[in-house]
Design a binder for this molecule. Structure first.
Ligand SMILES: Nc1nc2c(ncn2[C@@H]2O[C@H](COP(=O)(O)OP(=O)(O)OP(=O)(O)O)[C@@H](O)[C@H]2O)c(=O)[nH]1
Ligand SMILES: [Mg+2]
Length: 300
C-alpha cells in the first residue's frame, strides 16, 4: 500500500491536470464562439504562404445549437428558430472573407488575405443569432468542405461573377455539395458585379445581371413563404462585398433568417426543398450561361 503522502501528490497532480484541461477547453470555446455584443468574430492570424491552420472540428458547431441530444439534427433545428449556422463557401478569391468582414465590422476592408483555414463570425440581431463559418476556397481546403454540410442550416455560396474562366469550376463544386445534401437551403451570392458592369456598356450589361439587392428588400422575404425564390431566383446579388452597405447586409441577414425556415420546415414535402434547390441550381446555371454569353467578360 502506498503511503498517504504519495496519494496526496497524485491527487494534487490529477486535480491540476483536470483544471488545466478545463481552462484550455473553455478558452478554446470562447475563442471560437465569443459571446456578447452585436458581433463576435474569430479571424485567423495572417499566415505565411503554404502554412495551413487547423480547420475547426465539426463538433463545436452541432453542440453549439440548443438542440436536445436525443433528436435528429433536423428535428432539433426545427425546435430552435432563434439561431442559424451558416456555412460560407466558394472558390478562392470569391469574396467570402470580405462579406464576413463587412458583416462583423460594418466596414469595408481593402485587402484580405486568402483564408488558409477558417474564419467565423457571430451576429446577433433582434434576439437572433447567426453563426457564419467561412472555409478557405483553395483546392486543398475544398476537400474538407463536405464535412461541414451536416451541421449547416444554410449554405451561402459566394461566386466571383467576373471570374469567367472559373465559373464552371464554381458550378461543379456547388453541384458536388448539393449532391451530398440536396435539402440544404442555398443562397448564392453573385459577388464582384461592379467589375462586370464596368466592362459592359450601360443598361445592356446590367440587364444580364442577377436581381439587385433592392429587389430582394422590396419582396420582404420573411413575410411571404416563397417570395425569396420568386423575387431573386435564389441568386442574391451583392454588387460589391466591400461596399455591401447597410441595405445589403440587412437583406443578407433577413434571407438567412427566413430562408431555411421555409425549406427545412417542409423537408418531408415532395415539392419541398429538393424542388426549390433545383430551381436555385437552375438559376445558378442560367447565371453562368449568361456569363458565357457576355463576351466582354473575357476582357475584364
Ligand atoms: N472588385 C471587388 N473585389 C472584391 C470584392 N469582394 C472581395 N474583393 C477582393 O477580392 C479579393 C479576395 O477576397 P476574399 O474575401 O479574401 O476572398 P475569399 O473568398 O475569402 O478567398 P479565400 O479565403 O482565398 O477562399 C480581395 O482582394 C478582396 O479585396 C468585390 O465585390 N469587388
Ligand atoms: Mg477568405
Amino acid at each position: 500500500m502506498a503511503p498517504p503522502g504519495a496519494f496526496g501528490h497524485l491527487s494534487l497532480a490529477l486535480g491540476a491536470a483536470v483544471a488545466a484541461l478545463g481552462s484550455i477547453l473553455i478558452i478554446a470555446w470562447r475563442t471560437y464562439f465569443p459571446g456578447g455584443g452585436r458581433c463576435g468574430a474569430r479571424w485567423e492570424p495572417p499566415l505565411a504562404a503554404g502554412q495551413n491552420a487547423a480547420l475547426p472540428l465539426a463538433g463545436p458547431c452541432i453542440s453549439h445549437s440548443a438542440a436536445p441530444t436525443n433528436s435528429s439534427p433536423l428535428l432539433s433545428w426545427q425546435l430552435d428558430f432563434s439561431m442559424r449556422q451558416v456555412l460560407v463557401l466558394g472558390l478562392e478569391g470569391a469574396g467570402k472573407s470580405s462579406v464576413l468582414h463587412y458583416i462583423s465590422s460594418e466596414a469595408a476592408k481593402d485587402r484580405t488575405a486568402p483564408t488558409q483555414g477558417f474564419n467565423s463570425v457571430q451576429v446577433y440581431a433582434d434576439g437572433f443569432q447567426i453563426d457564419l463559418l467561412e472555409l478557405g476556397g483553395s483546392q486543398n481546403l475544398r476537400f474538407y468542405w463536405n464535412q461541414y454540410l451536416s451541421q449547416a442550416h444554410v449554405l451561402v455560396f459566394v461566386v466571383d461573377s467576373a471570374d469567367r474562366p472559373h465559373l464552371p469550376t464554381a458550378r461543379q463544386e456547388l453541384h458536388w455539395l448539393l449532391a451530398e445534401d440536396p435539402r440544404l437551403p442555398l443562397v448564392i451570392l453573385a459577388n464582384k458585379q461592379v467589375r462586370i458592369s464596368r466592362c459592359l456598356a450601360g443598361s445592356q450589361g446590367r440587364a444580364h445581371l442577377p436581381s439587385p439587392v433592392s429587389r430582394c428588400l422590396r419582396a420582404r422575404c420573411c413575410n411571404h413563404s416563397l417570395c425569396v425564390e420568386e423575387a431573386t431566383g435564389g441568386l442574391v446579388s451583392l454588387p460589391h462585398a466591400q461596399e455591401m452597405g447597410a441595405e445589403g447586409e440587412r437583406c443578407f441577414l433577413e434571407l438567412i433568417r427566413c430562408f431555411p425556415k421555409l425549406s427545412r420546415a417542409d423537408a418531408e414535402e415532395p415539392q419541398g426543398p429538393p424542388a426549390l434547390v433545383q430551381r436555385y441550381f437552375n438559376a445558378f446555371r442560367v447565371g453562368i450561361a449568361e456569363g458565357h454569353r457576355q463576351e466582354t467578360l473575357g476582357r475584364c
